[in-house]
Design a protein around this ligand. Sequence first.
Ligand code: DQA
Length: 149
Amino acid sequence: MTTPRVLVLNGPNLNLLGTRQPEIYGKETLDDIINQLRTQALMAGWELVALQSNHEGELIDAVHAARLDGTLAIIINPAAYSHTSVALLDALNTFDGKVIEVHLSNIHKREAFRHHSYISSRADGVIAGLGSQGYQAALDAIIATAKNA
Ligand code: DQA
């Protein structure tokens, strides 16, 4: 049996986690979050591939690659592209697996322009406001759903 794979995509400015507005986004770095997720994935027998990019096209290319390489699920924090990117939504609409959208902060408690996410219309689940625990909950859900499929 091939090892099931999950792709974790993080959008613009999330490379600055830890020092970027820690009162909103927390003190953990993106490496901290990804390392924890990788351990969680490994313990369940999954492979985790992670990409952070400040460039919309690079995130889209990663989704296109995931369509073809057997990736079962995508966890995505599109960051500001949530609120602007029809192109990223269109790319995700070509992906057949599970998609879970994660936001560290509760976007609904913040400025009005953050309340709408283009990505949510494709996402199977949306988690906002749980900080890094949101990514862990998303991965748990993906692993549990695949087990029960
Ligand atoms: C974010 C929320 C977005 O509105 C913002 O642009 C981000 C991060 C979050 O994780 O809370 O960069 O996606």
